[in-house]
Write a protein that binds this ligand. Structure first.
Ligand code: AMP
Length: 142
């Protein structure tokens, strides 16, 4: 299963926040959109970073004033991307190794979506169930 197939169902929506926006604004976006991470960019400019719930928790460990500080101070600037032709298995392995749960997907220079570990696990379970059903049907036909 390829990540492109997940995006066909999920769509290409990626929520973004500006690097100078206060962290509180990013928190409001995470809550309103019910997502665990947003990309940081100025308008339609290049991606400058990724901000996940974990970054918010880390920033808040320094005190509640962190909510007034710019997103750029809490984000991860070195963003790792997936490609549409990457397999679900390879991306699950990568997320486990690198200990993060989000991967923006790029086709060349173009951002075409974002997948979470939840999206990948859901697909993996569906695939495994379909395989099991196929095997059961094969066995009972024989
Ligand atoms: P997460 O598990 O996705 O909540 O993120 C854990 C940490 O990894 C946070 O510091 C994120 O900013 C960072 N992170 C999440 N996804 C990525 C990614 N695709 N590339 C680089 N860092 C990431």
């Amino acid at each position: 299963m390829l990540v492109a197939q997940i995006l066909r169902t999920k769509g290409d929506m990626v929520f973004t926040v500006g690097p100078g926006s206060p962290l509180a604004e990013a928190c409001a976006l995470l809550r309103a959109r019910r997502v665990g991470a947003v990309l940081v960019r100025e308008g339609t400019g290049p991606v400058l970073g990724i901000l996940s719930e974990r970054d918010v928790v880390r920033a808040l460990a320094d005190g509640p004033d962190a909510l007034n500080r710019p997103v750029s101070e809490a984000m991860t600037a070195d963003v790792v991307y997936a490609a549409p032709n990457d397999t679900v298995d390879a991306l699950l392995a990568q997320m486990t190794d690198r200990r993060f749960r989000h991967l923006p997907v790029c086709e060349g220079d173009r951002l075409v979506g974002i997948v979470s570990i939840g999206d990948l696990v859901k697909e993996k379970i569906a695939e495994t169930e379909a395989e099991a059903a196929g095997l059961k049907a094969y066995i009972s036909a024989g």
